[in-house]
Ligand binder design. Structure first.
Ligand SMILES: C[S@@+](CC[C@H](N)C(=O)[O-])C[C@H]1O[C@@H](n2cnc3c(N)ncnc32)[C@H](O)[C@@H]1O
Length: 187
């Protein structure tokens, strides 16, 4: 299905943009699915910087990479993504955000509006021209509503001469379907 869900849309966009040898960032490593996806795309000549604030997430991601023989081209960083500029060089091709909490983990240790927006700003400045940021925004149940509002407001304020922002929002699905936001840096 072409319009399956926000995560599939974000993966399709990343797949079109990211090439072997690229430098990319997984801003929310979680259980490592997106980190592994990126590691496969950039190959041995590329580099993935993957961030998470939780030990469990870093260890789950490390295990996933080792199990799939993809550990060599990934740097795992236990720090908030708002500090990504301390670790990641300029010239990044793509940054993936998958907001919310660790599946199966503590809902209170999810992403937060202010640090997410600071991280978006850092990601935009590290990105090379025509580089891409994808963000999957989860809301519903006990969390995510304030973050969704803050992110949706923030992306509208990004200077159109600096980057193009596309919001993929499902209009007729039930149960707060996640939103995919895609930001392409201008030349
Ligand atoms: C929905 S999960 C990510 C799923 C992951 N992309 C995957 O493929 O499994 C969100 C993750 O963001 C992490 N997180 C929350 N705040 C963060 C922050 N400020 N910096 C980096 N990661 C953060 C959480 O610990 C959680 O593991």
């Amino acid at each position: 299905m072409l319009l399956k869900n926000a995560l599939v849309i974000s993966h399709r966009i990343i797949k079109k943009v990211v090439m072997p040898g690229d430098i990319v960032v997984d801003a929310t490593a979680g259980n490592g699915n997106d980190t592994l996806f990126l590691a496969n795309l950039v190959g041995d000549a590329g580099k993935v910087y993957a961030f998470d604030i939780q030990d469990t997430a870093i260890e789950n991601t490390r295990k996933k990479l080792i199990d799939n023989d993809k550990y060599n081209n990934v740097k795992l960083i236990k720090d908030s993504h708002e500090n990504m500029d301390r670790y990641v060089p300029d010239g990044v091709k793509a940054v993936m955000f998958n907001l919310g909490y660790l599946p199966g983990g503590d809902h209170s240790i999810g992403t937060k509006p202010s640090s997410t927006i600071r991280a978006l700003e850092k990601a935009l400045s590290l990105l090379k021209p025509n580089g891409i940021i994808t963000m999957v925004v989860y809301y519903g149940g006990d969390s995510g509503f304030d973050e969704k509002e803050a992110v949706m407001e923030y992306v509208k304020t990004i200077d159109y001469k600096k980057a193009t922002v596309l919001v993929h929002e499902f209009a007729n699905q039930i149960n707060c379907p996640p939103i995919a936001i895609c930001i392409e840096k201008c030349k």
